[in-house]
Design a protein around this ligand. Structure first.
Ligand code: SLL
Length: 226
């Protein structure tokens, strides 16, 4: 019998990390991309993706981004394949509704997330912010989140535990459900802390790079002042 789309696996939650948000790059007025309206100040991309390029297509079927309908034509942008992202240009910040659709096996309703498109740097040392603006540094606003499949359907449990990066050793197949679940949870925990460590490492590396660049800028400024 194929695993059920309705019967749920009791007492278990499966987490899957995602990252969503935007990067915005200020347009150089002296090097404006051809055909771009003169009032557009930024090019930006909003996306939903897995951590470290991890596949999310085995649980996400479709992603819809709802842009500012008064100013963007075809404000609803849908994607059924990765990359789940919209690249646009514009002049203003606004809230983007992101709707995630799951595969029918999951029997889950779509999930709506909100992301405020960020174009401008606001927080930080005023001098640094001014410098960031002058140098047209890219602005980023991303969020790490975890989707929780609470008591997933048997079919979704099967998908989540066999597709993507979690591969259960085949010896599990012969076991009773009790042991199977306990081991799966341990695999999940290991995976999550591994994921968290990877994200923390990325943040740390990005911070170090930024600090080094800022140091370079300071040195350059000193030279200029001489
Ligand atoms: C507001 N926050 O509440 C603003 C809306 C909309 C930004 C900002 C459109 C670009 C284009 C654009 O940048 N919209 O005209 O193609 O009023």
């Amino acid at each position: 019998m194929p695993p059920s789309n309705t019967k749920r696996v009791k007492g278990i939650s499966i987490y899957r990390p995602i990252v969503y948000g935007n990067i915005a790059i200020p347009i150089d007025p002296n090097d404006r991309p051809r055909g771009m309206p003169v009032d557009h100040t930024h090019q930006w991309t909003i996306c939903v993706k897995g951590v470290d390029g991890a596949d999310i297509t085995h649980f996400i079927k479709k992603v819809q981004f709802r842009l500012h309908a008064d100013t963007y034509p075809n404000a609803l942008r849908s994607f059924e394949q990765p990359p789940f992202e919209v690249s646009e240009s514009g002049w203003g910040e606004f809230e983007i509704q992101i709707k995630l659709f799951f595969h029918p096996e999951s029997n889950e309703k779509p999930l709506t997330l909100f992301h405020y498109l960020k174009l401008h740097p606001y927080i930080g040392d005023p001098e640094e912010l001014e410098l960031a603006r002058q140098q047209r540094r890219p602005v980023m606003s991303y969020l790490y989140d975890e989707l929780v499949f609470n008591e997933p359907t048997e079919a979704m449990f099967e998908i989540l535990t066999t597709k993507g990066t979690v591969k259960l050793p085949s010896k599990n197949k012969a076991k009773g459900r009790g042991e199977f679940v306990a081991e799966t949870e341990q695999v999940e925990l290991d995976r999550l802390s591994e994921g968290l460590r990877t994200v923390q490492k990325h943040i740390e590396e990005a911070k170090n790079k930024l600090a080094a660049k800022e140091e370079e800028i300071k040195e350059m400024k000193k030279l200029l002042d001489k």
